[in-house]
Design a binder for this molecule. Structure first.
Ligand code: DGY
Length: 319
């Protein structure tokens, strides 16, 4: 069996894959260019992909009819045309669960960093602009007792809510297609409409997947409904917020600050208006970047790939 692995992942995954199949590994730090990707998947029975690879009909055509499985090294799988894969009988796997805590920690880190103006302060210290202790300098927002609005109350959203409920006694609102009874019971979380969540929340944190209903969900209209003291956090997918609208909301004071682990495109364009805004904290999509999360992702992704090669049910198939 022949497989292509589109980037070096932790050894725990590579060792398993190399023992089970003939592995072609893309060693570069950057993703394979599209043409190279389409060339390398020819004749493969399985491919391990990252969120940087678009897996669509063209990809499947290039690979050929023997392709059995695509194993995504991510919990999100918006880079894959799952319906097209199903039509062709190709299994698709992802890596849920193992990055829940790391991603929730990242969302809370961004909430705190944005609310307390950490990056702006650090930048000033480094630039020699720390002049004195100022009674009115670097004033931010508190978390204790405030209201957190979670958009997408799945595993990660619930983990963020739990931290905020038990850490800072925050009130929890959420917006989701489905009721989350466990969160309602355990965290006194209340399910509300999107508009009510925007109007009442002091912190809004995004944890939904990217799909046609969430693309551009946070646009000028949404930001205009938020409190001027609100902090917006996105650790899910960049296209869920509209960059130009967010920049304008941060510039004109419609909202207080933003913390982003995701942008559109990635990496962020050097011309992005967000880069020059002191009230926007941006990280390079690192929420799952902890030893245990990345090892866990490698382990699941390898198991998914190997099961798919054998024609067995995957450990974690996409739903
Ligand atoms: C995912 O898994 O979907 C993250 O965005 C990367 O870890």
């Amino acid at each position: 069996m022949k497989v292509f692995v589109t980037r070096r992942i932790p050894d725990v995954g590579l060792t398993k894959i190399a023992a089970a199949a003939e592995m072609d590994l893309w060693e570069d730090r950057l993703p394979p260019p599209r043409e190279e990707l389409l060339r390398r998947v020819v004749g493969c029975h399985g491919v391990l992909t990252l969120l940087t690879e678009t897996v669509d009909a063209e990809f499947f055509d290039a690979a050929g009819p023997q392709l059995r499985v695509v194993s995504n090294f991510a919990v999100g799988y918006n880079n894959i045309d799952v319906a097209e894969a199903r039509r062709r009988g190709i299994q698709v796997g992802h890596t849920p669960g193992v990055l829940t805590d790391a991603t929730a920690d990242m969302a809370v880190t961004l909430m705190l960093a944005a609310a307390r103006r950490i990056v702006e302060s650090v930048d000033d210290v480094r630039a020699g602009k720390w002049l004195t202790w100022e009674p009115l300098g670097y004033i931010g927002q508190d978390l204790v007792g405030r209201t957190l609005g979670i958009v997408g109350m799945g595993r990660i959203g619930t983990a963020v809510a739990r931290r905020c409920r038990f850490g800072w006694n925050m009130k929890i609102l959420y917006h989701d297609r489905h009721a989350n009874e466990e969160a309602e019971r355990e965290l006194a979380a209340k399910r509300v409409s999107f508009d009510e969540l925007l109007a009442r929340s002091d912190f809004v944190s995004v944890h939904t997947d990217l799909n046609e209903t969430t693309r551009g969900l946070f646009d000028a209209d949404a930001f205009s409904k938020m409190k001027p003291t609100a902090v917006f956090v996105n650790t899910a997918r960049g296209p869920i917020h509209r960059e130009a609208d967010l920049a304008e909301a941060l510039r004109n004071g419609s909202i207080f600050a933003a913390g982003l682990d995701v942008t559109d495109p990635e990496p962020i364009s050097p011309d992005s208006p967000l880069l020059s805004l002191p009230n926007c904290t941006i990280c390079p999509h690192i929420a799952s970047a902890t030893v245990s999360s990345r090892n866990g992702m490698a382990d699941i992704a390898a198991d998914n790939l190997i099961a798919g090669l054998r024609g067995e049910p995957l450990r974690c198939p996409v739903p």
